[in-house]
Structure formats: structure tokens, C-alpha cells
Design a protein around this ligand. Structure first.
Ligand code: PDD
Length: 307
């Protein structure tokens, strides 16, 4: 079965999914995106990502081209027709197609929407979680509105490539005051000697990760102390544990920063416990939501698509 994508109202084979060359996402990175993890066939933290998408669009004055309910139906349908059990859904909305001009098109043109799904091998992610990852650090070279999830990711791409060249999986970026902002594609956390979870507060300096918010809530539920404040690279090197969070990596322990071991150089027990809680909670929610989703509807939607 070919992989199916969604482009501007049409379900199309992934290989034929395309937008116009004058799409403003392509020419100006004038677009926002969202990524949902899929665990046991269910989109994780669904509402959180949908709400953040609406916020990103609002901040950039881009009109959401489909209603929340239509979007919800499309997202669930893509997961079901592509039979994604574990993986991710990528959604991108740009300001639309118009003759190249920096100024927003006036009158506005319809926003472009593209949604794709992917099911990367789960084993690699599990191995990273089990063994932990190495990260590097570099200056944060991004713009001042990192709270908006825009596709303008060149500094993140360069940071990830720098990490990749050094055999590391992530790059934590450092602000002019010497404090860590976040990873190139994930939020940054440490657990200090007192067992306190520390992560940077959510303002314009970082993307307020949906996974970050869930982990803060889980930590609270488990009676762990959390502090939302900036921390430095030195503090991270003194930490007992460190980890990253994102929709696709969930929670992954960091065992090395710039070649130096964090804690005993192995994934921390608290990090692993929180990862376990996160996945277990997501699976539980998935069980509850699939119990509500009528099987006949999923079957009918798949059949209609094949016809
Ligand atoms: N990245 N910070 C940055 C810069 C990110 O790109 C991401 C997510 C996060 C974590 O956010 P969340 O928990 O909502 O996924 C933090 C996605 C997964 C990506 O770009 O693929």
C-alpha cells in the first residue's frame, strides 16, 4: 500500500505530494508546522499540539485553512489509512502561493496545508533511550521568536549537523548569557544533585514543548520538585541526570555533554522512570480513545480512500 499524504484538500500518494514553486513556505519559510507522535495508533497529546498550531498561526496572521474538526478528522484518517502504529505525523501550513514579494499577499490567498506521516523503526529510538545520547553545545544563532513553531529552521539544521559530525544526537544551544536555551529539535532538562528537575521557562527564548508540559505535569503528579529557570552548561555538567523531550523522542536521557559524562555516564533512573510514565500514560490514553473510535468508521474511511 503506498503511503498517503494530504495536500490542500486531497489525499495523494506520498511520492506525488507537492506544492507550487511559489509557495511562501518554500520561498520565505513563511509557514508553521506541528509534529505529533503516534503511540499505539493514537496521536499523542493531540489537543496540546492543535492549540499550539492555532497560536503559531495567530502570531503570524495566517488563517487556518480548515476547521479544527475537519483537521482532526484528516489527521486521524491519515494515521489509520497509513496503518501507523508507532511513528509521527508532520503538518505544515504556509501563507499560500503568490508571486514572490516579501509583503503578505493582499488580498490574502488560501493558506497551503500539507500533512505527511512516517513510521521510523522503533528499535533505534528505544536503543537511544536505553543507552542515552551524547550532545554537543553551541551558541544559539536563532531569531527572537522561538516560541513560534515556524519552518524557518536553518540555525537548528546547522546545529544538528554540527552534532552529527561529532557523532552526537543533539545540540544544546547557548544564549549570550551562557545559559542553555534548548536543543535543535527538543527541550533541554537537567536533574540536579537535590533531585530537582530544571528546565528553561517558556517564553520567547524557547519553543514551549508539548512533551515538556506533560513531563512537568507528570513530575508534579509524582511529587518531584521542578524549577523553570535557565541553567548553564557548567550546571548541566555537574547535574546528576540530563535529558531531552520532544513529541518524537518522548524523553531521552543525555549521558554526555561535549565529550564529558553526565552523572555516572549512564541514563539516570529518574529520567527512565519519567520516560516510562510518559509512554504508559500515552498508551492508556490511546486505549481509551480507540475504545471510543468506532471501528466501522475507520474501516469505511479506508475503503472510501481506496475507491
Ligand atoms: N521538534 N524545541 C524545539 C526547537 C523543537 O523543534 C521541538 C520539537 C521541541 C519539543 O516540542 P514538542 O515536545 O512539542 O515536540 C522543542 C519536533 C519534534 C521536530 O521539529 O521534529
Amino acid at each position: 500500500m503506498p503511503r498517503i499524504a494530504y495536500v490542500n484538500g486531497q489525499y495523494v500518494p506520498h511520492a506525488q505530494a507537492a506544492v507550487h514553486v511559489e509557495d511562501r513556505g518554500y520561498q520565505f519559510a513563511d509557514a508553521v508546522y506541528e509534529v505529533w507522535g503516534v503511540i499505539d495508533g493514537a496521536l499523542t497529546d493531540f489537543d496540546g499540539h492543535l492549540t499550539r498550531l492555532a497560536r503559531s498561526l495567530r502570531e503570524l496572521e495566517i488563517r487556518q485553512p480548515v476547521s479544527d474538526s475537519a483537521l482532526t478528522a484528516v489527521l486521524h484518517r491519515l494515521v489509520s489509512v497509513n496503518r501507523i502504529h508507532h511513528g509521527l505525523v508532520y503538518l505544515q501550513i504556509s501563507r499560500g502561493v503568490a508571486r514572490r514579494d516579501h509583503v503578505y499577499p493582499d488580498p490574502a490567498v488560501p493558506a497551503s496545508i500539507v500533512i505527511t506521516v512516517r513510521s521510523p523503526p522503533a528499535a533505534a529510538a528505544e536503543a537511544r533511550a536505553r543507552h542515552g545520547i551524547s550532545i554537543i553545545t553551541r551558541p544559539d544563532e536563532r531569531w527572537a521568536r522561538r516560541d513560534i513553531k515556524t519552518v524557518s529552521l536553518l540555525p537548528n539544521v546547522i546545529a544538528k549537523q554540527a552534532a552529527h559530525r561529532k557523532g552526537a544526537a543533539e545540540c544544546w544551544m547557548i544564549d549570550p548569557n551562557g545559559m542553555i536555551t534548548e536543543g535543535a529539535a527538543a527541550n533541554a532538562w537537567i536533574i540536579n544533585a537535590d533531585g530537582v528537575l530544571v528546565t528553561r521557562p517558556a517564553n520567547n527564548d524557547i519553543l514551549n514543548g508539548i512533551t515538556r508540559r506533560i513531563i512537568l505535569a507528570l513530575a508534579d503528579r509524582e511529587g518531584l520538585k521542578t524549577e523553570e529557570r535557565p541553567f548553564s552548561r557548567d550546571e548541566a555538567l555537574q547535574a546528576r541526570e540530563a535529558f531531552i523531550t520532544s513529541a518524537t523522542s518522548y524523553l531521552t536521557p543525555v549521558v554526555q555533554i561535549d565529550g564529558q559524562a553526565v552523572g555516572n555516564g549512564h541514563p539516570g533512573s529518574l529520567s527512565l522512570r519519567l520516560r516510562h510514565s510518559y509512554v504508559a500514560t500515552a498508551k492508556e490514553r490511546s486505549r481509551r480513545s480507540s475504545a471510543r473510535r468506532p471501528v466501522w468508521l475507520v474501516a469505511r474511511q479506508s475503503k472510501r480512500l481506496q475507491n
